[in-house]
Design a protein around this ligand. Sequence first.
Ligand SMILES: CC(C)(COP(=O)(O)OP(=O)(O)OC[C@H]1O[C@@H](n2cnc3c(N)ncnc32)[C@H](O)[C@@H]1OP(=O)(O)O)[C@@H](O)C(=O)NCCC(=O)NCCS
Length: 173
Amino acid sequence: MRDGDVPTVQEIEKEIFSTPWPRNAYYRELASRNTAHYIVLRRDTDIIGYGGMWRMYDEAHVTTIGVRRDQQRGGYGRIVFAALVQAAYDLGAKWITLEVRTSNDHAQRMYENFGFKVIGRRRGYYTDNGEDAIVMWSDSIYSPRFRKAYEENLARIDSEVAGLRREPPLAGR
Ligand SMILES: CC(C)(COP(=O)(O)OP(=O)(O)OC[C@H]1O[C@@H](n2cnc3c(N)ncnc32)[C@H](O)[C@@H]1OP(=O)(O)O)[C@@H](O)C(=O)NCCC(=O)NCCS
């Protein structure tokens, strides 16, 4: 993610989050190059998803992830999350943590597919409606169990992307 991507990321945020971050928060994050890692997923030139992570010593903490509402359920969230997991390896982290709303079953399911487990709950964490946060973590990202889940997701991404490439061009174009 670059400074120039922030307005589009904000547009997506407003569509999918009840409490989007203020624009300055993104610029601040992007300036914190030693600890913060933010990415966007583009299809052609359009940004369709994004995600962010902080690295603090052995821990990588996922701060945000989102996919445009009309593009959800197309496998893009999996691609963004896999890229964050890869970043955790590249940044030398040993485990990954994140918080997710208790009501956000879809995101929780995605994290579980990557081998994440629930390790706690923060009561009233979300200030807009007082909802609890579920805290999830990866355990060691070097454990065979986590690596296997990660590799299965990568294989799934490869086959989905190959499928997209095989789709014939639309008639008349
Ligand atoms: C969570 C989010 C990023 C997932 O992105 P996505 O592109 O819709 O997800 P994908 O199509 O890549 O699916 C990945 C997995 O997520 C889960 N999932 C996503 N949408 C789901 C849905 N509507 N119903 C059930 N499971 C769902 C599934 O486990 C899915 O794996 P599967 O294909 O094997 O079933 C997206 O829904 C989003 O932006 N939500 C709003 C913002 C948000 O809640 N962010 C997370 C904050 S913690």
